[in-house]
Design a protein. Structure first.
Length: 257
């Protein structure tokens, strides 16, 4: 059983942190409707969705992925690079306690879960404005006994590593080669996005299926042509908050089910 932890859209999402985008008006009602459709897509693919209530004082809190990295053996609570987001941690900790032992990234390290790409026993952590070498060292120590190989990754021109690369299966990544050097991923197979669709590299793997943003049909077709079952959802309003599909859920196996 796959668990998907999500959180309702904050009414204050218009005050979100932005790094690479110009601020534009976000229609909160549309964002909420898109988020409901996103959660429904996960449920249709077999996930048990556990939705946390909105945090009115935390504009970015719908993007739960940034606050934790959930592996089979441990959940690592992050220390987000934006100070305004650190208040999101307590409720995520409580949501994960029934499922995993917890470890935590401590100061001076900063890391967003959106910078952590896991494929099998390999973990790549993007070095961005939100994640640093201090956190990479702490993360490596937290998983040292569990057989993971942790690599630092360079990223260009986007908020997070998973804006530039996500896993579509254990051996295959979807990548934007303009934002990340694919040579950093060793012998992993890399499917490149359609060059007319920057932003398309962020997809959610759910079992054998892939959830992709409806805004990027050419890249979705590349995945279909490569043999993947692709489902699309509209996330256009959430994208105005510099969010993407993986940001909106914490997906992991319920190992006790």
């Amino acid at each position: 059983m796959l668990i998907a932890i999500t959180r309702e859209v904050s009414p204050a999402i218009g005050d979100c942190e932005l790094t690479h985008l110009e601020r534009s008006s976000i229609d909160v009602d549309v964002a909420r409707a898109q988020h409901v459709a996103y959660a429904a897509a996960l449920a249709d693919l077999g996930c048990r969705v556990e939705q946390l209530p909105a945090e009115p004082d935390l504009p970015d809190s719908v993007f739960v992925e940034d606050v934790a990295v959930v592996l089979d053996e441990v959940a690592i609570i992050t220390r987000p690079g934006a100070e305004s987001r650190r208040g999101e941690r307590p409720t995520i900790e409580q949501a994960l306690l029934p499922y995993r032992p917890l470890d935590r990234i401590e100061a001076p390290g900063t890391i967003d879960g959106g910078d952590v790409l896991v494929a099998g026993r390999d973990v790549w952590i993007g070095l961005t404005s939100r994640s640093d070498h201090h956190a990479v060292r702490q993360f490596r120590g937290a998983v040292a006994d569990h057989g993971y190989r942790v690599h630092a990754a360079e990223v260009n021109g986007c908020l997070h590593l998973k804006s530039a690369a996500t896993a579509v299966d254990v051996d295959t990544l979807l990548v934007d080669p303009d934002r990340v050097d694919v040579g950093q991923f060793g012998d992993r197979r890399c499917i490149t996005i359609d060059p007319s669709e920057p932003g398309a590299a962020n997809v959610v793997r759910v079992g054998d299926a892939v959830v992709a943003a409806a805004a990027y049909p050419r890249t979705a077709q590349r995945l279909v042509d490569a043999g993947y079952e692709v489902h699309t959802v509209d996330a256009s309003e959430l994208a105005r908050a510099e969010g993407a599909l993986t940001c909106c859920s914490l997906l992991f196996e319920d190992l006790d089910a």
